[in-house]
Design a protein around this ligand. Structure first.
Ligand SMILES: NC(=O)c1ccc[n+]([C@@H]2O[C@H](COP(=O)([O-])OP(=O)(O)OC[C@H]3O[C@@H](n4cnc5c(N)ncnc54)[C@H](OP(=O)(O)O)[C@@H]3O)[C@@H](O)[C@H]2O)c1
Length: 279
């Protein structure tokens, strides 16, 4: 084997991964369906494999980062070794991939390509624990490796859940930006206050985590009755400015349903009961 690691898939993310391994001094074999994308990495010191199968025989560890699981399944041809799959997928896809006879680690990359190689970034891993122990040092060239344990689906589950927080937060901020810019303010003026507000919000969810686990939601900071009254202002301010109010109405609806079910004196964490699967 001529390399320490092989990287399959040299899109934006795969190229960043291969480059980070090279910068850390590892010998890297690369392969991409469109071969030209290997050229800049070869200039950085990588070895280009002619086929995906050849790449998978060139190193004891294969890092895959292609579009999706069907694309990976098409090219997967590993006789042995460790597969570290950083392709995004569902927990179910990850668990199925772990049954294919390779030593399998699934990963969720919690950054964009410019954040790869930065130790402040994190990549979530789960799956074969011996494989994690053997590859942890190598993988730390990409970002801080966070080990979630033996269930190969857990990294994808946490990844998906964290992305859900990202989309909800980004869309909340964009709605807020539409609101304030409608009255002539700028997003640039508003946004430092929004980012400062994320600090207290992080505190709220840290408090609510134990409430969600315990199934007990004391309204000791703010009650859902109070949230509902305040949500009326958000819906009203959106309507007056002819701003799409789908998001505030959704939040208003959760609060209204909780109040109608008799939980107005509880805290916001009670909403989890509306989100959980029905028995
Ligand atoms: N970009 C991010 O910020 C980010 C962050 C976290 C996770 N991810 C995940 O990383 C993975 C790659 O994302 P990306 O941003 O690098 O996407 P991208 O730039 O579009 O690259 C997609 C890669 O998949 C390859 N591919 C697609 N279909 C294929 C097939 N049938 N057979 C073989 N190769 C195939 C492409 O090859 P060609 O060059 O030949 O088209 C390319 O190498 C995705 O699962 C994504 O969700 C990305």
């Amino acid at each position: 084997m001529q390399s320490d690691v092989a990287v399959l898939g040299l899109g934006q993310m795969g190229s960043a991964l291969a480059s980070a391994f090279l910068r850390a001094g590892y010998r890297v074999t690369v392969w991409n369906r469109t071969a030209a994308k290997a050229t800049p990495l070869v200039a950085e010191g990588a070895t280009a494999a002619a086929t995906a199968a050849e790449a998978q025989r060139s190193a004891p560890v294969v890092v895959a980062c292609v579009l999706d699981y069907p694309a990976l399944t098409e090219i997967l041809d590993m006789p042995d070794g460790i597969l570290v799959n950083l392709t995004s997928g569902s927990p179910e896809q990850a668990r199925e991939m772990a049954t294919r006879g390779v030593r399998y680690l699934d990963g969720g990359i919690m950054t964009t390509p410019p954040g790869v190689g930065d130790e402040r970034s994190m990549i979530l891993y789960s799956g074969d624990q011996k494989a994690f122990a053997e590859t942890e040092k190598l993988l730390s060239a990409l970002a801080e490796p966070i080990n979630l344990g033996a269930d190969p689906g857990l990294a994808a589950l946490y990844d998906t859940a964290l992305l859900g927080i990202m989309w909800a937060t980004l869309t909340g901020w964009l709605h807020a930006s539409a609101l304030v810019t409608a009255d002539g303010a700028t997003a640039a003026h508003f946004t430092p206050l929004a980012t400062r507000w994320l600090g207290p919000i992080a505190g709220f969810i840290s408090t609510y985590a134990s409430q969600v686990d315990a199934g007990s939601y004391p309204g000791s900071d703010a009650t859902i009755d109070v949230h509902l009254a305040t949500l009326n202002h958000l819906v009203h301010a959106s309507d007056v400015r002819k701003i799409d109010s789908t998001l505030p109405r959704l939040l208003h609806d959760y609060a209204r349903r909780a109040v109608e079910a008799g939980h107005g004196a509880d805290g916001w964490a009670r909403i989890v009961e509306l989100l959980r699967a029905k028995a």
